[in-house]
Structure formats: structure tokens, C-alpha cells
Design a protein around this ligand. Structure first.
Ligand code: ATP
Ligand code: MG
Length: 302
């Protein structure tokens, strides 16, 4: 069916990104809650139409590791994209202090399975693997969103990209590969950084201050590769991340080798015993409590 704004009741704002707002909405004809993402673009009608057409492929993207797509349309110069509402939000909000290894293993397993599905079933490179694009629901499911299905949209976003925290692989920064600098291996690099951030609660490169954007780029290309802290995570976990973060893209494992890695094999075996829905609900409640009572300034010592 065709989806339009008239069928949607706007509920609260779920978050804001570089290109627009994501709202929770109620789709009246199906009586379903959805998330509606707005992407502001300076494009002509033909390009917008092209994007909507290309997004249609998403109707085929049915996987437990991919956020369901419901439909897309445009109004003036905004593309609207409606998807499954994930009631615990994105990973960046759920692990300010990191997560324990069994939870990390389950998350990594879902993300790698989702990335493999995109590649094998739809021949898609994600292009934007990072904690804000990994969503969680209160059933403990972990799913990917915001992957690059539409060539037209990819190009237009690339033209306006102003990112600061960079999950970009070194070869993309130096422009060494591919017609648009993207290969499947670049996603594996971003996966490695994402796992460290989820594990520790911190993006592994320094991010403070404007001048540091250049320092950060320099650190990614020339600096030492980040690692999982060996005192809190197993050798298998550290080894897995180290393989993802090889500066040489050709040496990074493909998704099947990642799934065959002992760490994910163990995670898959242990998954039935990990209470992911309890973790998701507790982490989401902690997020809500933090956003309602922002930490007060600690008073100066007497
Ligand atoms: P960027 O613009 O740099 O890619 P982003 O991924 O945070 O950052 P958006 O994709 O616009 O930006 O999403 C904004 C926020 O909305 C996300 O961080 C996430 O917390 C929330 N969000 C997005 N999609 C959903 C969804 N389907 N269900 C619930 N929350 C969502
Ligand atoms: Mg996003």
C-alpha cells in the first residue's frame, strides 16, 4: 500500500540526527505504532521520486536482525521513511557504562547476522554502522537500521555529510578504495569500533573540541588501533575486535569468518541463557531516569 502523512498521527520525538527528526507515529489504517524518520534534502522532485523508488527494495528486507520497513514518501524537500518502532531505542543510549561480555556477544552476533543478511540477500553495504543505528526492543531483539539501500540517497547524504565522531575506516578517509570509497570491509572496521564503544561506553577516539576533528582523522589513519580492554573482556572477544580493526581492509575477515570465530560461536551457544530482554528494559529505564534527572553539578568541596 501507499503510505502518506495523512494516515499518520505524530506522537513524541524519538531523537534527532544530522538530517532531521525521528518521530514516534501512529499509523491509523493498520493501528500500528511506527517510527517516522525525516531526511531533509535539497533535491529536485525527480531525485526525490528516485529515492522513494529505490527504498522500495526494503520491503524485501525481512530479517530478525533488520528493522522492518513500512513505506516511504516525500513532502516538499523531505523524504519520510517509516519503520518498525523499537521501544528501547538505540545502543548509544543503553550502555553509558558499557555492557558485560555475554550481552556484548549477543549484540555482536545480531549485528554480524544483520550485516551478512544485507550483503547476501540484498547485496547492500550498510555504510553507517554505529551505535545510533543499532536499535533494541523490550523483547531483547537487536536490529540494524539506516543502511544505504538507495544510491541516490547515499550520494546526496555523502555531499552534505558533516559527521564528527568518525566510524570511517582509514581507507575511506584516504580515499583508497571503490568508486565512492566504500567496500564491505569498511563496515567491518565500523563494527569493530562499535563493539568497543558498546563494551566500554566510550567512542574509542578522542572527540572533544573542534580542532580535534583533524587529530581524530589523523589518529584513525596513522595512530594505534583501538582495542577492547583486556582486563574486562576475554581473549576471544579482544581477538575478534582486533581482526575487525586491521588497517588493511583486505585482511579484515568477511562475515562468515566472523560468524565462525570462536567468540561468536561461544556467544551463539550461550545466547539462549542471556536475558537480553531484562537487560534491554533495565538499560532503557536507566536511560529514561537519566534524561528526566540530568546529573546535577557536584558541589565544590568545602
Ligand atoms: P546521524 O544523523 O549522525 O546518522 P542518528 O543515527 O542518531 O545520527 P537518526 O537516524 O536521525 O540520527 O536517528 C535519531 C535517533 O532516533 C536515533 O539516535 C535513535 O535513538 C532514534 N531512532 C531512530 N530510529 C528509531 C526507531 N525505529 N525506533 C526507535 N528509535 C529510533
Ligand atoms: Mg540513524
Amino acid at each position: 500500500y501507499e503510505m502518506s502523512m495523512a494516515q499518520l498521527r505524530m506522537l513524541e520525538v524519538l531523537g534527532r540526527g544530522q538530517y532531521g527528526v525521528v518521530h514516534k507515529v501512529f499509523h491509523v489504517p493498520t493501528r500500528t505504532q511506527m517510527a517516522l524518520k525525516e531526511i531533509r534534502l535539497e533535491l529536485n522532485k525527480r531525485s526525490l521520486q528516485q529515492i522513494i523508488m529505490e527504498l522500495d527494495v526494503l520491503h524485501k528486507a525481512r530479517s530478525p536482525y533488520i528493522v522492518d520497513f513500512y513505506g516511504a514518501f516525500f513532502v516538499e524537500s523531505c523524504v519520510y521513511y517509516s519503520m518498525e518502532y523499537m521501544d528501547c531505542g538505540s545502543l548509544d543510549r543503553l550502555c553509558p557504562e558499557g555492557v558485560v561480555e555475554p550481552v556484548l556477544g549477543c549484540i555482536a552476533l545480531s549485528v554480524v547476522r544483520g550485516l551478512q543478511f544485507l550483503k547476501d540477500e540484498l547485496n547492500i553495504i550498510h555504510r553507517d554502522v554505529k551505535p545510533t543505528n543499532i536499535l533494541v526492543n523490550s523483547r531483547g531483539q537487536v536490529k540494524l537500521c539506516d543502511f544505504g539501500v538507495s544510491g541516490e540517497l547515499n550520494q546526496s547524504l555523502a555531499r552534505t555529510h558533516v559527521g564528527c565522531q568518525s566510524y570511517m575506516a582509514p581507507e575511506r578517509i584516504i580515499g583508497a578504495v571503490g568508486p565512492d570509497g566504500y567496500t564491505i570491509q569498511s563496515d567491518v572496521w565500523s563494527l569493530g569500533l562499535t563493539i568497543i564503544e558498546v563494551a566500554t561506553g566510550r567512542f574509542p577516539y578522542e572527540t572533544a573540541g573542534f580542532a580535534n576533528v583533524f587529530d581524530q582523522i589523523n589518529a584513525i589513519v596513522n595512530g594505534r588501533v583501538p582495542q577492547l580492554p583486556a582486563d574486562s573482556f576475554s581473549e576471544a572477544a579482544c581477538g575478534f575486535v582486533q581482526q575487525c580493526l586491521d588497517k588493511s581492509p583486505a585482511k579484515r575477515p568477511n562475515y562468515q569468518s566472523l560468524l565462525d570465530h570462536s567468540w561468536l560461536q561461544e556467544a551463539a551457544a550461550a545466547a539462549p541463557d542471556v536475558d537480553m530482554d531484562a537487560w534491554a528494559k533495565a538499560a532503557h529505564n536507566a536511560f529514561l531516569a537519566r534524561s528526566q534527572h540530568p546529573p546535577s553539578q557536584t558541589p565544590p568541596p568545602p
